[in-house]
Structures are given as structure tokens and as C-alpha cells.
Design a protein around this ligand. Structure first.
Ligand code: ZN
Length: 234
């Protein structure tokens, strides 16, 4: 159960918080957006707007002392296992309106879910499931932030990050990290992006609009890539 919720939280973080909200690669049906918004606050413990704010700090200051989680500026081990700490530090740099805390209702739902598992499967199994959730969620996030800035190829030499395509399958498409920093508004990170079939599936049933992304619309109008980059990173 903890493994499942951990993986699901990673998927929602990557598809909704990262590609849809932070980089405007596509739009999500408002009803699904409300569900995912609540899911992130309950299972991810973070308001999506705060996640977006911290992630945009990463793109704006990538691999400089102001990057919230650069493994070139801080010890890689801290980046790998310290996501909650680094996130808590970075959010203090955001204006209050861009960094809301999870709603009280969502915190209450989280407490209710925990109470339900305590009563049905007991204390030990609940603690094991919660630990599995946190290890999977923060472990994958930490690996994304560490691996993509340490080694690989650089198709875009002037842009931060590295590409290691084989890592993409494991790391939510972030084997193409250099490419992602160069083209952050792209809905698909590369050929081995495991998120792409899910995004395509959501698009096929009308829950994702791939043509609704700002970057896509600008490219269709012939706007050059630098200008697209500037728009998706206000
Ligand atoms: Zn990004």
C-alpha cells in the first residue's frame, strides 16, 4: 500500500505539479486538477503552488548557490535524502501568496486516512506502509535531483544538467535532464519518457489537452525556443 501511494504521488508530482503547472506543457481538465490538487496536499504533504514555486527557483538558478537542490553546490547525499529539508528551506524564499500550506481540510483527511489504517491493519503495518511511502516518494525525487545534474551527455552545452537516457525509465523521464532544462515546456522529455504514455492516455480520454500548453502554442506560431523558454519561466 505504501509503495503504491509513493509511486502514485511521484506520478502526480511529475505530470501535474511539474509538467502541467510549473512548465505549462499541457492543461488538465479542471475536475481532474481539483482531484490532483487535493491528492498532492494529502499524500505529498505540499500545496502544488508551493511545489511550483520551489521548482521554478531550481530552473531559474540551476547549479548556482541559489539553486534549492543542486548536487554541484551541496553534498550529493544531502540532495539524495534531504528533499523535505531542502524544500522547507527553499519555501522561505517564496512570497506568501506563492507558497500556501496544505489546507486544513486536507490535513484532516490525511489524519483520517492514517486513523483508518491504524484501526484496520494495526500500528506496525501502518508505520511500515508510511515509511515505504516516504522512502519511495522522497527517494525518487532525490534521485531525480541528484542524477540529472551529475553526469551524462550534454546535447545543450550551455544549459545545466546532463542526459542519461537509460535513467529516464526509472526517474520519471528525467534521464533527459539537460534536454529538460533546455526545453522545459515540452510535454515529452525524450524517447524513453515513461510518463508520455500516461499523458497520451489522459489526452485520449479528454483529461489532458496537449495543445493547451503555452509552449506548444508558441512553437506552432513559430516563436523561437529561447522566447518559449522565457514564457514558461516567468
Ligand atoms: Zn522542471
Amino acid at each position: 500500500m505504501g509503495l503504491l501511494s509513493g509511486v502514485l504521488t511521484c506520478l502526480v508530482t511529475e505530470i501535474y505539479c511539474h509538467r502541467c503547472l510549473a512548465h505549462r506543457a499541457f492543461t488538465v481538465d479542471p475536475r481532474l486538477a481539483r482531484v490532483l490538487d487535493g491528492f498532492m496536499q494529502v499524500y505529498g504533504g505540499v500545496h502544488p503552488r508551493r511545489w511550483v514555486g520551489v521548482h521554478r527557483l531550481h530552473h531559474r538558478y540551476a547549479d548556482t548557490p541559489l539553486d534549492p537542490h543542486s548536487p554541484l553546490e551541496r553534498h550529493p547525499l544531502l540532495i539524495l535524502v534531504g528533499t523535505p529539508y531542502l524544500f522547507a528551506k527553499a519555501r522561505t524564499r517564496l512570497p506568501a501568496e506563492a507558497s500556501p500550506a496544505p489546507g486544513a481540510g486536507h490535513v484532516a483527511v490525511r489524519i483520517g486516512i492514517t486513523a483508518f489504517w491504524l484501526l484496520t491493519i494495526g500500528l506496525v503495518q501502518t508505520v511500515v506502509a508510511a515509511a515505504a511511502h516516504l522512502v519511495v516518494y522522497f527517494g525518487i525525487m532525490g534521485m531525480v535531483n541528484t542524477a540529472g545534474h551529475r553526469s551524462g551527455t550534454k546535447p545543450y552545452p550551455d544549459v545545466p544538467g546532463y542526459d542519461s537516457a537509460w535513467l529516464a525509465l526509472l526517474l520519471l523521464g528525467h534521464g533527459y535532464h539537460n534536454t529538460h532544462h533546455a526545453r522545459p515546456g515540452a510535454a515529452r522529455t525524450g524517447p524513453l519518457d515513461p510518463m508520455w504514455p500516461i499523458v497520451r492516455g489522459l489526452s485520449a480520454v479528454g483529461l489532458v489537452d496537449l495543445l493547451g500548453g503555452v509552449g506548444q502554442r508558441l512553437r506552432e506560431r513559430g516563436v523561437d525556443e529561447q522566447a518559449v523558454h522565457d514564457v514558461v519561466h516567468p
